[in-house]
Every structure is written in structure tokens, then in C-alpha cells.
Design a binder for this molecule. Structure first.
Ligand SMILES: Nc1nc2c(ncn2[C@@H]2O[C@H](COP(=O)(O)OP(=O)(O)OP(=O)(O)O)[C@@H](O)[C@H]2O)c(=O)[nH]1
Ligand SMILES: [Mg+2]
Length: 295
């Protein structure tokens, strides 16, 4: 059994760090309660999107670690990219929504998920137990309390031992440094995949990311700071933990693509390969037309 996420005994969100987390309590398994969130139910609807490709080891614990019962409606969904393991079966067993996006890429999964998500606030995370799912209610509350449009979660300040190999750490730093130089947007961690934002930001076409691969992550932050502004789009530091399961990332290949994209985007030479949004033909568990549902 994998333990994913840690329980906590109260925390303060005082500045741009989420600190004072009591790491002594292990894990939020089961996910039936609000994971320590003590406040009133938040008067909003939230969709948590997890892109997945062969995450059978980590998906279950990632889903279980997301607190329940703290907002008006919580939709949890995976956007699955043709997993060949039990990823989709596990999601169905856990009774979360499954949307199948056969077009390849991390960015493609999100460019579909953002469009098909049902609810007003979107939260993103990898399905690999690295991000602090237990902090989702707190982050959403922060978005509401401070009347923000977009939060990106910095992993570099509070990363736990073993969460990032030396080469990944260096790559993240180098990419983030380059992005800061090119765009002057002041984001510490350009590669973080945990964001909390209002779905309505995409009503403005200029806010819609174009990249279908890993560079979508840095593109989200570049656009958020440019289109929404520094007051409405902020960065908050959160813990980051060792991955469960094998990563699909190709360190050098993806690193290079991220660098190339930064320069292309700066010079306006980037291009969109596929259109925004999901396709009618994408199977979705809400329509009961997934291959696994027809068995
Ligand atoms: N739908 C879909 N999901 C993907 C694809 N590639 C990666 N993912 C998922 O996107 C998330 C991020 O990918 P990771 O492999 O964790 O990449 P990373 O976080 O940069 O690498 P690690 O630091 O090693 O975790 C994971 O939940 C993957 O399962 C894809 O082509 N399609
Ligand atoms: Mg990951």
C-alpha cells in the first residue's frame, strides 16, 4: 500500500509559503473527510484534473489524498492518455470521472481537461503522489479570500529529500531562471504542475495555452502573469514529495523542448498543433462510453 500525502495538524497561510505543517501524522487514506480542513464549506464548485499515463501505482493514493466535503461540489477527473495498465480501471473503481484523450502529451491532456471540466474552479496535480493534495481546500480558500484568479505552487522552496534528482533540480532551476530572464515575470518554479485557478480565465482567448507537451506548464505561468497580472496571479510554496511509480518524462528531451519553447514563445514563433478543447468523440465515463465500461 502506498501512502500518499501527509496529514497535518493545522497550518497558517501567512505569506507566500504554506508552512507549519505537522508532518507527524501519516497520510489521508480513504478521502472521506475534509483532510483537516476545519472551515465552513466553501461556496464554490471545484474540478481537480489529474492527467494520467500509466499511473496505476500512484493514482489510487493520489485520489484518496484529496479531501472531500469542503466545497459545494467536487469533481475529480483523470484525463487519460491511452494508458495500457490499470489506470482507468482504478479511476472507475474510485468512482471518479474518466475522460479519454488519445492525442499524446501532457499539455494536450490539460488543453482538453480545462475545456471539459464541469466546475468553476480548477485544480491540477500530477497523479504521482508528489503534490500535497491535502492542501487543495486551503489553496482554494486562499484564491477566494484574496480574490485571486490564478495560483501556481512552487515546489523548489519546500521540496522534500529525494523528491527531485540532482539533474532534475538543476534543470528546473535553469529553466525557471531562463523564463524569469526572458519574461521578467518573477516566478520561482516555472515547471510546477499544481495550479489553482478560475475556469473563467479561459473566456479570454489570450489566456489559452497552446503547447501540447510539457512546455504547457511554463506557458500557463507566462500567460497568467501577462494576461491576469501579478496581483491576480501569484505563486505559493508548498511541499513536494518523492514520486510513486515510473516517470514518463525524458529528462534531456523534455528539458530541451522546454528551453526551445521559452525562446519560441518570447519571439512569437510558437504554434498550436491542435485546437483548444476536447473532442466530441473522446470517450468519457459520464457518457458511459469508455472501453472499460462496455466490458
Ligand atoms: N493524458 C496524459 N497524461 C500524461 C502524458 N504524459 C504524462 N502524463 C501525466 O502527466 C503527469 C506529469 O507527468 P510526470 O511523468 O509526472 O512528469 P514530471 O512531473 O515532469 O516528472 P517527475 O518529476 O519524474 O514526476 C503525470 O500524472 C503523468 O501520468 C500524456 O501524454 N497524456
Ligand atoms: Mg510528476
Amino acid at each position: 500500500m502506498h501512502v500518499c500525502g501527509k496529514g497535518y495538524g493545522g497550518f497558517n497561510v501567512t505569506d507566500n509559503n504554506i508552512k507549519n505543517i505537522d508532518f507527524s501524522t501519516q497520510c489521508l487514506q480513504g478521502g472521506e473527510e475534509s483532510g483537516g480542513y476545519m472551515g465552513d464549506k466553501l461556496p464554490v464548485t471545484v474540478t481537480v484534473i489529474l492527467p494520467t499515463r500509466n499511473e496505476e501505482e500512484a493514482l489510487g493514493p493520489t485520489i484518496d489524498a484529496i479531501p472531500r466535503g469542503w466545497c459545494k461540489d467536487l469533481e475529480i477527473m483523470i484525463v487519460d492518455g491511452n494508458s495500457t495498465d490499470r489506470t482507468r480501471e482504478i479511476a472507475l473503481e474510485k468512482k471518479i470521472r474518466v475522460h479519454l484523450e488519445s492525442r499524446k502529451g501532457y499539455g494536450r491532456a490539460y488543453r482538453t481537461g480545462f475545456d471539459v471540466a464541469k466546475n468553476d474552479i480548477i485544480v491540477t496535480m500530477d497523479a504521482d503522489c508528489t503534490y500535497p493534495a491535502e492542501l487543495v481546500p486551503t489553496l482554494v480558500k486562499r484564491l477566494l479570500d484574496d480574490d485571486l484568479d490564478f495560483i501556481t505552487c512552487d515546489r523548489l522552496s519546500l521540496a522534500e529529500d529525494g523528491s527531485m534528482s540532482g539533474i532534475h533540480g538543476f534543470g528546473n532551476w535553469a529553466l525557471s531562471f531562463t523564463a524569469r530572464m526572458l519574461f521578467g515575470y518573477g516566478i520561482k518554479d516555472s515547471q510546477s504542475g499544481m495550479w489553482v485557478f478560475r475556469k473563467s480565465i479561459f473566456d479570454n482567448d489570450a489566456m489559452r495555452p497552446t503547447n501540447d507537451g510539457m512546455p504547457l506548464s511554463e506557458e500557463m505561468k507566462i500567460l497568467a502573469r501577462r494576461v491576469l497580472g501579478k496581483k491576480k496571479a501569484v505563486e505559493i510554496s508548498v511541499p513536494y514529495r518523492p514520486r510513486v511509480g515510473e516517470a514518463e518524462i525524458h529528462t534531456w528531451g523534455d528539458g530541451w523542448k522546454n528551453f526551445k519553447f521559452l525562446f519560441a514563445r518570447r519571439l512569437g514563433l510558437h504554434r498550436t498543433v491542435s485546437p483548444w478543447g476536447g473532442r466530441e468523440s473522446n470517450p468519457d465515463s459520464l457518457n458511459k462510453d469508455l472501453p472499460e465500461q462496455k466490458k
